[in-house]
Design a protein. Sequence first.
Length: 341
Amino acid sequence: MIIAMRTGATAEEVKRVVEEIAKQRLQSQTLEGQERTVIAVLGKIPDRGYLANHLIAFAGVESAYPIAEPYKLASKGAATQTVTIGEGERALKLGNGRVIIMAGPCSIESEGQLEIIAKEVKMAGASVLRGGAFKPRTAPRNFEGLGYEGLKLLKKMGDKFGLLTITEVMEIGDISLVADFTDILQVGARNAQNYNLLKALGKIRRPVLLKRGMSETFEELLSAAEYILDGGNPNVILCLRGIRTFEPATRNTSDIDGIAVLKEKTHLPIIFDPSHAAGYWQYVPSLSKAAIAAGADGLLIEVHHKPEEALSDGGQSLKPDKFAELMEELRLIARAVGREI
Ligand code: PEP
Ligand code: MN
């Protein structure tokens, strides 16, 4: 951590900071510049956030910058590993270079609906079926999903078509139930920093796909992932899904830049969700192609056979024929950047 003293800070003020660092059982080195003094705190700091906040309260201190990242297990330096999804024949690895496509409806609406969509996405080459059973809705009195019935349908269609599955979990109390029915548990943007939920997901071993919050920085996203990792679950997948900005032409503003940034900071696999980033189906193909070219480990795409009748997110869902066309294009892009779908 680097402590910058104010220009004109007195020798007495510098001394008090140095003494305080020693009191915290840490070492320091003082560098006297022409205009100001800088103090480097050396050694392993147990709680950087606390120390930085504590030291800026001292007279003469202008700022305190932690140097190391607040997330250790999520950082690039930690043991690199792939995340295995599912078991047996269907099992696949995420983060080993192969591009994994997850697709399906926003919400599971009925057996017939999920069956048609599952069949189509499987034929087009997806390996994971998505579908919400517990839906977080921005306002009440909208379709909130089929709950338990939806979970059963997701498992049934996953088994029927040989697809792995992903669905959202919103509550701690639902974790073990959802884990019994699906291969990946999704934490949605609205729960991205629900630390009690994240801690509870650290206690299981099923892969967790953690979405970026609508106004979450990359450091906050990685720190949220750290809660799951710290609990003992190493199987964390990050998902970028656009962030809230001033631009109304798209539902969110695509955070494709995050693929490059996160690839530098973490070993965790990165999925891009073009459907929620764009909010309109017309933009989904461009964002999908860009994400693969940028190095995403996979995509999470909403597909519906009758988007105009969908109970949620119809406007951003691709019809199966458009999805199949996109898959062809994605194969070309993947090959061009030395990868396979
Ligand atoms: C979803 O995947 O349907 C969803 C609700 O996504 P998000 O949490 O990114 O809004
Ligand atoms: Mn959705």
